[in-house]
Design a protein around this ligand. Structure first.
Ligand code: SF4
Length: 449
């Protein structure tokens, strides 16, 4: 039975050190009781307390890691229904489907798409993580060959898909070191799949015909000693899938219903032949709780928006994405090059530096820490004003790198130019464009004197 916050508090170290992310042990105990924290966040809990707190401190949705190296994927571990309550933690993995009945050339194309479709955005690498290999031929050897090919061609995490335990068992040794997800245990094969998952240490997906059957299966599997499970409710219509995803998340978080306390897998690829519709279902699953989403193919026009949606949904809403304060060189600036100043909101930094690059005018870009706020918001919050910019410019060390004393400020804060000139009497303050798209034309007129 779940423990109350006070009962948990009695077993905590009571150091009130704050290392768990909240200021006191009592606050941490309350978060644990509400399923919003993990016991492992406190480094001082005794082994005895860990044993005693056991179930009560277990995360309501068990986290698991599949794959290895750069492509290792952690899913589950979520603690809230809605992103704005705190944050979503582990972004869902996106998988491309490959079957053992596909032509060799088509398999090659999909492997190339997997490697090719990677994007850099606000300093992050956005890319898919998984390849789902499905046995359709019924031929264990053929399946094994495709698995070997995928493994030797990419470092992707792998999902092995067959409900035939013999076919999975034949292919597994060739990729076991990649820690693939085995898909899927059903009411007919769960004992054999449980053995395979136990022997190999690989996570196991469980498919029910509905949530009731799924809960019965996970109960049997956990009683058999398996912990790393991934849920498939069997829903293959958008409406049923969405309902199942919400019921599963609510049952795990709000009711602490352990049989559904695992990450989920969704198959938009099995729900439509229309790429647009499939992409819409996948985007719904990004927002509504899937841990893995399997797509029929990767096309840039559908994958890129999904990667962006995923990045946005899984960005902590309480922490704006920020760049480190400092001097950034764009191109190879000299002591005659222009000096621009902006805030450390990541999007601002990447847009401004991108436009400077486009101008082909090597420049110094001073990025001031405004706690991740954009120019106008930081100005309104008194974080990007003459009193903060001037000390930053003085301490930045930029004067050691340039001969001139001209500072370009964003056009949106033109109103601070007078005050800034008072704070920086040696400098000439130049008002830059309001819109970053106008930076290239503006910089082309640059003269240091
Ligand atoms: S890290 Fe542990 S000891 Fe420190 S405040 Fe958190 S619960 Fe208490």
């Amino acid at each position: 039975m779940a423990l109350t916050g006070i009962e948990i508090f009695k077993k905590l170290p009571k150091k009130n050190c704050g290392e768990c992310g909240v200021p006191t042990c009592l606050a941490f105990a309350m978060s644990l009781a509400a399923g919003k924290a993990e016991l492992s966040a406190c480094p001082y809990v005794s082994e005895e307390a860990k044993q005693e707190l056991g179930e009560a401190s277990a995360p309501p949705i068990r986290p698991l890691t599949m794959g290895t190296g750069d492509y290792a994927l952690k899913i589950g571990g979520e603690t809230v229904m809605f992103r704005h309550e705190k944050t979503f933690i582990n972004p869902p993995g996106l998988a491309i489907l490959i079957t053992d009945t596909m032509e060799e050339a088509e398999i090659e194309r999909r492997l190339q798409q997997f490697d090719l479709l990677q994007y850099e955005r606000v300093g992050l690498l956005l890319r898919p993580e998984l390849i789902a290999i499905k046995a359709e031929s019924g031929d264990a050897q053929k399946f094994q060959q495709v698995v070997d090919k995928v493994k030797s061609s990419t470092k992707a995490s792998i999902i092995l898909m067959s409900q035939n335990p013999e076919i999975l068992a034949a292919a597994l040794p060739g990729c076991q070191d990649r820690k693939p997800l085995l898909y899927a245990a059903t009411k007919d094969n769960w004992e054999k799949l449980a053995d395979l998952a136990k022997q190999s240490g690989c996570p196991l997906a469980v498919r029910g015909e509905n949530l009731d059957e799924l809960a019965e299966l996970t109960t049997k599997l956990t009683q058999a000693g398996l912990k790393d499970l991934v849920l498939d409710s069997g829903a293959r219509t958008p409406r049923q899938l969405l309902e199942d995803q919400i019921i599963t998340r609510r049952a795990a978080l709000l009711k602490k219903f352990r049989p559904l306390g695992f990450p989920t897998i969704a198959f938009p690829c099995e729900m439509t032949d229309d790429l647009m519709e499939e992409t819409l279902i996948a985007s719904t699953m990004i927002a509504k709780y899937a841990g893995i989403i399997v797509l029929s193919d990767f096309q840039g026009e559908s994958l890129f928006p999904l990667l962006l949606a995923r990045m946005n949904i899984y960005t902590d809403p309480q922490r704006p994405m920020a760049t480190t304060q400092g001097i950034y060189e764009v191109g190879s600036p000299t002591e005659e090059s222009p000096v621009l100043v902006t805030t450390n909101f990541s999007l601002t930094y990447f847009i401004v530096s991108g436009e400077i690059e486009t101008s082909r005018v090597p420049s110094w870009l001073l990025v001031q820490d405004t706690e991740g706020l954009s120019v106008m918001t930081a100005w309104a919050a008194d974080k990007f004003v003459a009193e903060t910019i001037a000390p930053f410019v003085k301490k930045s060390g930029i004067t050691d790198r340039i001969k001139h004393r001209k500072l370009i400020i964003p056009g949106y804060v033109a109103q601070i130019s007078g005050e800034l000139e008072e704070e920086l009497p040696d400098w000439e303050i130049v008002i830059g464009p309001r819109e970053s798209a106008h930076i290239p034309a503006f910089l082309k007129t640059w003269k240091p004197n």
